[in-house]
Design a protein around this ligand. Sequence first.
Ligand code: ADP
Length: 247
Amino acid sequence: LEGELQHAQKLESLGSLAGGVAHDMNNILAAIIALGSTLQAQYAGDAALARALETILSAGERGRKLVRGLTDFARKGLEDPRPVDLNEVVRRQIELLHGTTLARVEIATHLDPGLPAVLGEPSSIANALMNLCVNALDAMPQGGALDLRTGVDGEGWVEMAVSDTGQGMAPDVVERAMEPFFTTKAVGKGTGLGLAGVYGTMKAHGGSMEIRSQVGQGTRVTLRFPATAGPGPAGPGTEEAGAEDPG
Ligand code: ADP
C-alpha cells in the first residue's frame, strides 16, 4: 500500500511538472506554427525556403501532439461533463476497429445491458479506449483475442475493460506504464503518452485505472468510473442528472 501511495505521489508530481511545461510549450509552438504558416504563404515561390518551412511546421505539429498527450496526463477536471453510455463508446470503437484491424485478431464484446451512465466527456473516454485498443493490438502482432467489456463491480463502480492475449508486461513495466514518456516500443513508434493520457483522463473523471498483466499471457486494463449520472444510459431529460462539480 505504501508503494502504491508513493507511485500515486510520483505521478502527481510528474503531472504538475508536465502541466506547467505543456502550457508554456503550447504558446511557444503556437507562435512557431503561426509565423511559419505566414511565411509559407508569403514565400511559396522559393522552393528551398518552402521545404524548410514544411519541416518547421511538421516538427511544430509533432510538438503539439506531444503537448496534447502531456495535457491529457496533467488534467485535473472535466470540461462540459454529460451522461455517457460506455456501451455506446465501446460500440463506436468496435466500428472503428473493424475498418483497420488485422484479420488474425478476434474481437469480442461483453456489454452489460443495464449499465448506468457515467458523468464525463464522451470524446476523452473514446480517446482513452482507443489508446487501450491500440496498445492491445500492438501487443498481438501474431494475432490473438481482443475483448472489450463493460459492467458494474461489487462497489458500484462502472467499469470498462480491454483485454488482450498478447505479450503481456513484466511487473516493472506495469509499474512504470502510466508514466509519461515511458515506452518499450521502438523509437518513432511509441511516445509513451498513451497510458499517461488514459491515467489523466480517469483522474479527471474521478475514476481509476488498473493494469493486470502476465508475460506471455496477456493484459487487462480496467477503467473505473463513479456512477454519478443516475441509472440507465443517457437519454432526453437526463442532461442535468448529477451535474454537480466533479471536483
Ligand atoms: P506507447 O504505446 O507509446 O509505448 P503507452 O503509455 O500507451 O505508450 O504504453 C507504455 C508501455 O506499456 C508500452 O510501451 C508497453 O511496453 C506497455 N503496454 C501498454 N499496453 C500494453 C499491452 N496491452 N500489452 C503489453 N504491453 C503494454
